[in-house]
Ligand binder design. Sequence first.
Ligand code: NAD
Length: 409
Amino acid sequence: MQAVEGIHHYFRRAARIMDVGERIETLLATPLREVKVQVSIELDTGEIRTFHGYRIQHDNSRGPMKGGLRYHPSITQEECATLASLMTWKTAVVNLPYGGAKGGIAVDTTQLSMKEVERLTRKYVDQVQDIIGPTRDIAAPDVNTNPQVMAWIMDQYSRYHGHSPAVVTGKPPELYGTRGRDSAAGRGLLYITREILRDTGLPMKGTRFAIQGFGNVGSHTAQLLWQDGGVVVAVSDVYGGVYNPQGLDIPGLFEHVKRAGTVTGFGGGQACSHEEVIASDCDVLIPAALSQALTRANAPHVRARLVIEAANGPTEPEADEILEKRGVLVVPDILANAGGVTVSYYEWVQNLQHLSWEEERVNAELERTMKEAYDRVAQLARTRKVPLRTAAYILAIGRVGKATVLRGI
Ligand SMILES: NC(=O)c1ccc[n+]([C@@H]2O[C@H](COP(=O)([O-])OP(=O)(O)OC[C@H]3O[C@@H](n4cnc5c(N)ncnc54)[C@H](O)[C@@H]3O)[C@@H](O)[C@H]2O)c1
């Protein structure tokens, strides 16, 4: 099953437990607006190339829509639509006054110069500027887009609508970006991890973590857990993994990655494969790389008691079922990695108020938001006797459904 089908599956399962009825289920599953645009640019060679761009706005009942913009050759309208719905549920779980959106351009940016990526971005904004905006739809970095791309979006949008930093988040710190954005997803995950460990009776000190992926989310997560007393026994990136049952020296690993560009070859542990990281002897497994990392084939080999989903859609529904039957607790992506969008929201709030918060304030607000969301989800899981994932979807669907009905259909 594709990751995008997984999201629909989890949504439908929760909607049916809630008994929302077929009509409301269809209403909530259907995007509000799907826009496909042609983005034509002149390459540095003078040749004209045309790319397809998308912006899918899923739901705005709770506020302006929020979601990433990704540049990837295999992106499709359907994939954007499903990921837009994931943003609706995620922002609702952490109770942000947002709906969900997602967009992208089908392009291989490794084949373009920086100037060409800039032209592409500006042209895309020309095509969607009338449907996005600080009170409509706010984009953010995603796969292969970054703070520089966000700066171009802000600049191009502002040419039409006047100075508008709040039209995108994830901007460079020098241009209305917020403090604390880089580590936000990892830090949010840390706060959730503290809560779930407390509920399962595991102390942070000495708990063994295995982390798949050592990019933005994986590396910050490793560092923060290690600083909190956790023992990181295994990590991996696209090139392979490294394992040390006594715990990896995380500052040493960071030094190594800075030099070598990968976790592989690190002297403080033994080399291991991707699958060995998934099946490693640990208490908590954190998939922080790709969707569909946990499949029906490898789920039976997971030895962790807890899986905390840092990546979006890392667990196939079949794997989810296997883990549940085996008593492995899964903390779902829409709760566990919501720290990223939460701090994006703080950036938007600061932009609208022309303020700049200190990092301590960002982190304190994030901790409060993540804890509150965890408490609500855990409480629902207990009272409804459902897994945390279903509870998170029930919470989100309830909030979105209520807002939809109150506003009037
Ligand atoms: N960055 C955020 O704020 C944020 C927020 C919420 C969710 N997420 C999700 O978290 C995941 C990771 O995002 P990121 O920003 O850290 O991306 P990234 O590109 O910075 O890092 C991805 C990491 O995964 C590794 N990787 C790729 N293929 C792998 C494989 N087969 N096995 C092991 N490792 C592999 C890469 O080497 C890299 O270390 C994505 O699913 C993303 O959607 C990110």
